[in-house]
Design a binder for this molecule. Structure first.
Ligand SMILES: Cc1cc2nc3c(=O)[nH]c(=O)nc-3n(C[C@H](O)[C@H](O)[C@H](O)COP(=O)(O)O)c2cc1C
Ligand SMILES: Nc1ncnc2c1ncn2[C@@H]1O[C@H](COP(=O)(O)OP(=O)(O)OP(=O)(O)O)[C@@H](O)[C@H]1O
Length: 314
């Protein structure tokens, strides 16, 4: 897959690219709705014997457009998005810098400069895709703006339990800790890359050694609490339990800092500095402040049983 970063105004012209089928969207999460859009682009390109392409933006438009909620954390940070696009068989990934100048392009200017001038012969986007200044361009206006230079496919709404599958719904589900729903929306478990760092070294003493994880990119963290997870180290997956939170049993509110720590089952090696991948499967409970270590230990035993039971059932 070729990665092309584009800064507005660009100076590419048609001859620099082969004919392409282009999927359009921000694609945070590359959820099942996005996958339909991208797979359709890849399949259509194969049928027409041309190349497939995806155009995404960076940073998220909300950062530049001054929305109340700016998305600076991601479901799939750009690095992970690239890997997923590659796995979906995309030939070209265009990452357009979403600047205020780019955002102010008229819909016709966007189509001329970012579709027609890049040698796109067919566009694929979802039913609610919008483009150009104030999002005035829609799938209804695309035939007019296309100047009959390309054709297009509109992907109908994909739903899950009557809700539209969307990046917003994935973000909300992560905020509620509903990682099981997130996995249904993404078509794969939520996953996060990171590095094992040093913690307070208390875990081993209480019989549950934990790997403290520093996230590699700007991931959204699921709601504080305890989860059944899998963690990959050196290509090998292990089951475990993860606590996301402040460890209120041991810390005072003035020293709260968020930690993500994983206790793996059947594992006993030193892994400081290792790069790992965590997959989130099921929320078990809220993080609690226990009145003593013994209570915490007996609760973690129960958490472990819950997670073992969960993994033996799938
Ligand atoms: C499955 C699991 C559940 C946990 N639940 C809580 C909790 O509810 N409250 C809390 O204060 N700490 C909780 N912890 C965090 C422990 O306090 C922490 O693992 C221990 O203090 C070791 O921290 P360290 O690795 O930084 O030394 C949990 C840890 C694990 C692995
Ligand atoms: N559920 C869906 N069904 C069909 N197409 C979708 C669906 N969700 C998104 N798309 C399409 O995928 C492309 C990328 O979507 P985009 O990332 O812009 O928004 P989104 O997933 O709807 O998230 P948000 O919650 O931020 O609006 C767009 O063309 C969009 O119309």
């Amino acid at each position: 897959m070729k990665l092309i970063t584009v800064h507005h105004p660009h100076s590419f012209n048609k001859d620099e690219f082969p004919p392409m089928v282009l999927a359009l969207g921000y694609f945070d999460g590359v959820h099942k709705g996005h996958q339909r859009v991208i797979r359709t682009a890849v399949e259509t390109a194969k049928e027409q014997n041309v190349h497939s392409a995806v155009m995404t933006f960076d940073p998220h438009p909300s950062v530049v457009l001054g929305h109340k909620h700016k998305h600076i954390s991601h479901i799939t940070p750009l690095e992970d998005k690239k890997d997923i696009m590659r796995d979906l068989g995309v030939d070209y990934l265009f990452v357009v810098r979403f600047t205020s100048e780019f955002a102010s392009l008229l819909p016709q200017e966007f189509v001329d400069q970012y579709i027609i001038d890049l040698n796109v012969v067919h566009v694929v986007a979802g039913f609610d895709y919008s483009y150009g200044r104030m999002g005035k361009g829609t799938m209804e206006t695309l035939p007019f703006h296309s100047r009959e230079r390309f054709t297009f496919t509109t992907i109908p709404k994909l739903t899950e339990e009557e809700d539209k599958v969307s990046s917003t719904l994935v973000r909300e589900s992560l905020k509620e800790g509903n990682v099981a729903r997130v996995a249904r929306l993404l078509g794969r478990p939520y996953s996060m890359k990171g590095t094992v760092i040093h913690g307070d070294k208390r875990g081993r003493k209480i019989g549950f050694p934990t790997a403290n994880i520093e996230m590699a990119h700007t991931y959204l963290t699921p709601k504080n609490g305890v989860y059944a997870v899998r963690m990959r180290i050196h290509e090998q997956w292990y089951n475990g339990v993860c606590n996301v939170g402040f460890k209120p049993t041991f810390k005072n509110p003035d020293e709260y800092s968020l930690s993500i720590e994983v206790h793996l089952f059947d594992f006993d090696s030193s892994i400081y500095g290792e790069e790992v991948n965590i997959e989130w499967y099921k929320r078990i409970r809220d993080e609690q402040k226990f009145s003593g270590i013994e209570e915490l230990i007996s609760q973690i035993h129960k958490d472990k049983d819950t997670a073992v039971g969960f993994f033996s059932g799938i």
